[in-house]
Ligand binder design. Structure first.
Ligand SMILES: C[S@@+](CC[C@H](N)C(=O)[O-])C[C@H]1O[C@@H](n2cnc3c(N)ncnc32)[C@H](O)[C@@H]1O
Length: 240
């Protein structure tokens, strides 16, 4: 099992507890909504049959909003439970959106989408080679002129985490966790750590996007005051 498949267990617990979304509050008040609304306004309304893809769609709030706004919307996630919950959430709202179980590191196809949205999936992919191949896939999947709208964790300069976590010099956040795929575990002293997130500085995220071949049209870092809270890097980038 890959380290990023751990969300499946979390979704099973959410479903059993009767929640319909990741942040356990309101499906329609998801965390990325303010930035996504602003980005959609900037991009303008979709034309007929414009297609959107959300990577790591979870239980579907973002993909549902995109369907509501007129996109032919597809959401993909590695968690089968999340995908099932997403389809149920869309059906309850009478929205025509498609959801598929898919590892975003194994996506195929070319020039299929006008818009791709990342609502906190990219920071689940921690290693450089994997991130580079994900960016390459996103660029390949976008139509020329298509847009990537992303919101991802960024590093507070005085970052401080609970002692169950360890942030290494590359920005990989490791969680003390004695179970998991042995290939992905890191031993420090007597403890085993499991990859959990990639938390880069905003300038590093910006450089990563440019290196991947995207043209950044807008970027902003949403800064939190407390060192225990991560910042959020938001960007609209184009395939030129
Ligand atoms: C923080 S959740 C965000 C969910 C969703 N965007 C939302 O707004 O509720 C991150 C999601 O990324 C998914 N994910 C992580 N790695 C993935 C991968 N390699 N392929 C597909 N989905 C992945 C997780 O299963 C999880 O649902």
């Amino acid at each position: 099992m890959k380290y990023y498949e751990g969300h499946e267990h979390a979704y099973q617990k959410l479903e059993a507890a009767g929640h319909d979304c990741w942040d356990k509050t309101a499906f329609d008040a998801f965390y990325m909504r303010p930035f996504l609304e602003a980005a959609l306004k900037r991009l303008g309304p979709p034309g007929a049959s414009e297609r959107s893809l959300e990577i790591g769609c979870g239980t579907g709030p973002i993909t549902c909003l995109l369907a509501e706004r007129g996109y032919d919307a597809l959401g993909v996630d590695i968690s089968a439970t999340a995908v099932r919950m997403a389809a149920k959430n869309a059906a309850a709202r009478k929205l025509k959106a498609e959801f598929k179980v898919q590892d975003v590191l194994k996506m195929e196809g070319e020039a299929l989408f006008d818009l791709i949205v990342d609502g906190h999936c990219l920071h689940c992919i921690v290693f450089n080679e994997e991130r580079a191949s994900l960016y390459a896939a996103l660029l390949r999947l976008l139509k020329p002129g298509g847009a990537l709208v992303m919101e991802t964790m960024a590093r507070h300069p005085d970052v401080r985490f609970d002692k169950a976590f360890l942030l290494d010099e590359k920005g990989v956040l490791w969680l003390h966790f004695p179970k998991g795929n042995p290939e992905d575990l890191k031993r420090i002293g007597d403890n085993l750590y499991h990859p959990n997130r990639r938390i880069l500085r905003d300038v590093e995220l910006s450089a990563e996007l440019r290196r991947a071949g995207f043209a950044i049209e807008f970027e902003h870092t949403e800064k939190q005051e407390k060192a225990e809270e991560t910042w959020l890097y938001q960007a609209i980038a184009r395939k030129t």
